[in-house]
Design a protein around this ligand. Structure first.
Ligand SMILES: [Zn+2]
Ligand SMILES: [Zn+2]
Length: 192
């Protein structure tokens, strides 16, 4: 915003540098139009904070739009079609919004008196110790050919594979925005 052109001095003569500076953050650009639009919200054109694309207000609107688009595009299923874990932004349960199943979520929503329009189904990621990554980390600070001097890799790999298999009952959940359970849940007892 408030772009200003840069000049340089050559033998007492000012010459256009062909560079424009944003009057706000002092970033340099080769085009006036780009320097003029720097530090402005790309959505409403008002001034925004440095390092952001949108102003605070538009950021909220943008997040709402993204959520709406996700909801529109997602496969929408009913309560009876899902018995796995779910995630929702509407209920903060001290577990980052994850619930073991819909029953748990709806019980929580009823107790807390909150409405839950929908919830994301969750995918599952079993526990996995990544041997390659662990080795890479350990070798990072070593000398270049250290890896070639390692012994016992095959035994370690067999042991880690077994360890991962034995612990596959431990799983992480992640929200699947492509499959959403429509709940339209309203608590019977609402806290006033
Ligand atoms: Zn700027
Ligand atoms: Zn804006």
């Amino acid at each position: 915003m408030n772009a200003k052109e840069m000049f340089y001095l050559m033998e007492d003569v000012y010459i256009n540098a062909g560079i424009w500076i944003c009057g706000e953050c002092k970033c340099l650009f080769r085009e006036k139009a780009v320097a003029d639009s720097c530090c402005l919200c790309t959505r409403c054109g008002k001034q925004r904070e440095n390092g952001y694309i949108f102003c605070e207000e538009c950021n909220i609107k943008h997040r709402e739009d993204v959520e709406k688009t996700k909801l529109e595009k997602a496969e929408k299923i009913g309560i009876e079609d899902w018995d796995g874990p779910v995630w929702t932004d509407f209920a903060s349960n001290g577990n980052d919004g994850y619930f073991g199943d819909l029953g748990e979520l709806l019980e929580f929503a009823e107790d807390e008196g909150i409405e839950i329009p929908y919830a994301y189904t969750c995918g599952k990621d079993p526990f996995n110790l990544d041997l390659e990554r662990a080795l890479e980390n350990s070798l990072e600070e070593m000398w270049d050919e250290a890896e070639e001097h390692l012994v016992g890799y095959d035994e370690l790999k067999t042991a880690v594979d077994k360890f991962n298999k034995d612990n596959s009952h431990i799983e992480g959940w992640f929200p699947n925005c492509h499959k959403i359970v429509i709940l339209n849940f309203k608590p019977e007892r609402k806290d006033d």
